[in-house]
Design a protein around this ligand. Structure first.
Ligand SMILES: [Zn+2]
Length: 377
């Protein structure tokens, strides 16, 4: 459920409390609590507020739930039930209904030094007129439209990750053995240091030429990061979104490359960010870099000159200007890229093949055949 919504009349993002205070001033009526909102205010909110992700109207205010201790357990939020969110809205599914979507970056109060430094830059950028809450809203709308135009269905078998990992191990082991085309002779087998495991791996691989070709396709496609944390994240996303249509982030590869380059430049050339590098909050730097590029039609030279102007003016802006929900369109970008690339290879996971067990059986048989000592346990 959105904690903030975009007010058309105020050209900005407001939370429930801020909205009600604005209305109180606007209608000249004091406001006491979320429970006693006049009907005329409710009517007004239904046409004035837009969902921060899909931009439908029809907002309703939902009061924060209160625990027995009397302490509010949840901030008041907005609900959009009539006509309801558009398909693929970040707030539309029950799974995301009670959480802030992972690609939105709240720049309001944060414990992270990095996020606070970014908030300062955003406030200054708004105060200097380089961008506005309207630009931030327009960027989110651009992203939403890009997303719904480039969906694909996750059909990748989650078992593929484990299978590729096993294949990869065996391919590596076989590379330690005899070069291709060299036969194992009794003389070679008599070498005390002969690597029986590598020879077994090589022979097992020969049984499955199609899997060897699959492994080569993966290498040739250079699915970078497949065995990194992003690859493990891709595996989790494959399971979580199986059969569902999701955003294909690779349509934004050019924008992603520029955003990373700019975020890196900003991180190295602004002292408060440099000091906090490696800390949490890097998503907010990406969100800020993406915003600078978005307003300049992805021209990185112009984005850097805007950044320089902002840095020169830092320290004077009203901090309330930064009450916005930034967007990092590249959240989980690497994981989605890996998932999409792997799915494109159309590799089927074979049933009933246990490469490791076959390799061990093969090694035992080869040792026996050539009179070598049995496998060490
Ligand atoms: Zn929505």
């Amino acid at each position: 459920m959105p904690l903030t919504a975009y007010s058309i009349s105020h050209s900005g993002e407001l939370d429930v409390e801020q909205t009600l205070h604005q209305l109180s001033a606007q209608f000249g009526v004091p406001y006491t609590s979320v429970d006693s909102i006049p009907e005329v205010w409710r009517d007004y909110l239904r046409i004035d507020l837009q969902c921060p992700s899909c931009f439908v109207t029809g907002a309703e205010v939902v009061r924060s739930t209160t625990k027995k201790t009397g302490k509010a357990s949840r901030q008041s939020f907005f609900r959009f039930t009539t006509p309801g969110h558009k398909p693929h809205c970040d707030f539309g599914s029950p799974e995301t209904a009670n959480a802030i979507p992972e690609n939105l970056v709240s720049l309001t109060e944060s414990k992270s030094k990095l996020t606070r430094a970014v908030r300062e830059l955003v406030c200054t950028g708004i105060e200097q007129g380089i961008f506005s809450q309207v630009s931030i809203r327009n960027m989110r709308e651009w992203f939403f439209n890009t997303k719904v135009e480039s969906l694909f269905v996750v059909t990748l078998d989650p078992q593929l990750y484990a299978w590729i990992s096993v294949l990869r191990e065996n391919t590596f082991l076989s590379s330690l053995g005899l070069p291709a085309g060299v036969a194992l002779t009794p003389e070679i087998a008599a070498l005390p240091q002969f690597d029986w495991r590598a020879e077994a791996a090589r022979r097992v691989m020969e049984r499955y030429p199609q899997h060897e070709a699959n492994m080569k396709a993966i290498t040739d496609q250079r699915i970078i990061g497949m065995f990194s944390p992003a690859g493990r994240r891709a595996e989790a996303l494959t399971q979580r979104f199986q059969g569902r249509s999701v955003f294909d982030p690779t349509v934004l590869s050019d924008e992603y490359r520029k955003t990373c380059a700019l975020a890196d430049f900003i991180g190295r050339n602004y002292a408060p960010l440099k000091a906090a590098r490696g800390n949490s909050g890097t998503e907010s730097v990406l969100a800020f870099a993406a915003l600078l590029l978005f307003i300049r039609d992805w021209d990185i030279g112009q984005a850097i000159s805007d950044f320089v102007k902002i840095v020169a003016a830092v320290g004077r802006a009203n901090q309330d200007l930064g009450n916005v929900m930034g967007l990092n369109p590249f959240h989980d970008y690497e994981a989605w890229r890996i998932l999409k690339q792997l799915q494109g290879l159309n590799i089927a996971v074979p049933e009933n093949i246990d490469i490791k067990a076959e390799r061990m059986a093969m090694e035992a048989a080869l040792r026996k055949q050539f009179g070598a000592p049995p496998m060490p346990v």
